[in-house]
Design a protein around this ligand. Structure first.
Ligand SMILES: NC(=O)c1ccc[n+]([C@@H]2O[C@H](COP(=O)([O-])OP(=O)(O)OC[C@H]3O[C@@H](n4cnc5c(N)ncnc54)[C@H](OP(=O)(O)O)[C@@H]3O)[C@@H](O)[C@H]2O)c1
Length: 248
């Protein structure tokens, strides 16, 4: 029970990496506050967490929604020990298809939402707290059609260093998990037809030295390491879970 008596605030907790992490954190003793924007997925995730998680519907693109979620957490628990700033999404847009609205929407969710999640939640954190941000293999390698998502993820990687430096004096650690290609609903939302998606999946698998997609559970275990005291001397860093995709 590595997270006994801890309160974990998880964004993007309704599916994929966030949901598997919520399950593992709960199994390790944490009380879970789960944030997602879709009511149905939130309710389903609540069932997967044995009806014991606090479920908050909030759109991470809106600072007022983040404030409301944190205030609800304060009223319920009075503190936050672990933050998993994991909400993120995008669609494929080659250079010519990128519009101002597309850029603003990507930044609002993947960067601004992450920033304010950290700002608002750490107000309730004491020494020993841990912040984990989900970045991406895209902040390291170029992949066609995902320029803006990649840029927002590189920006969050940078945040982990700077906010890690700022929060170190309060005894709060800030780290990132960087997923490679992980089998989650992320890909079904990216706006590609099934046949193209299958080709993309095959081509990525071919490039991954371990020759497979990762599983959300493999990210959850890394997030648990960063959340728990096992990583007590680790801050500002990014743990890469990508089957070697960005390393060789
Ligand atoms: N899967 C991969 O290969 C991969 C690779 C690199 C990085 N990542 C990153 O990993 C993180 C988790 O993604 P995943 O793969 O687990 O995909 P996923 O299953 O699609 O999960 C995305 C989560 O983000 C939430 N979300 C999306 N828009 C939101 C909004 N406006 N407000 C609040 N929550 C919102 C979704 O909740 P609702 O549906 O309830 O809105 C969902 O819980 C993301 O940051 C993603 O960029 C994934």
């Amino acid at each position: 029970m590595k997270l006994s008596n801890k309160v974990a605030f998880i964004t993007g907790g309704t599916s994929g990496i966030g949901l598997e992490t919520a399950k593992l954190f709960q199994a390790e003793g944490a009380s879970i506050v789960l944030v997602g924007s879709n009511a149905e997925r939130l309710a389903e995730a609540g069932k997967a967490l044995h009806g014991k998680a606090v479920l908050i519907q909030a759109d991470i693109r809106k600072v007022s929604d983040i404030e409301r979620a944190v205030e609800e957490t304060r009223r319920k628990f009075g503190k936050i020990d672990v933050v998993f700033a994991n909400a993120g999404a995008s669609t494929v847009a080659p250079l010519d298809a990128v519009t101002e609205d597309y850029i603003n929407d990507n930044i609002a969710l993947n960067f601004t939402g992450t920033f304010f999640t950290i700002q608002k939640t750490t107000a309730l954190m004491s020494a020993g707290g841990s912040v984990i941000v989900t970045t991406s293999f895209l902040n390291t390698i170029g992949y066609p059609g995902l320029s803006i998502l990649a840029a927002t993820k590189a920006a969050t990687r940078s945040l982990v260093r700077t906010l890690g430096a700022e929060l170190a004096s309060r005894g709060i650690r800030v780290n990132a998990v960087s997923p490679g290609a992980i089998a989650t609903p992320f890909y079904s939302k990216i706006g590609l037809p099934d046949d193209v998606l299958a080709q993309v999946a095959a081509s990525i698998t071919d490039k991954v030295p371990l020759k497979r997609f990762g599983q959300a559970e493999e990210l959850a275990k890394t997030a648990l390491f960063l959340a728990s005291n096992d990583s007590s001397y680790t801050t500002g860093t990014e743990l890469v879970v990508d089957g070697g995709l960005t390393q060789f």
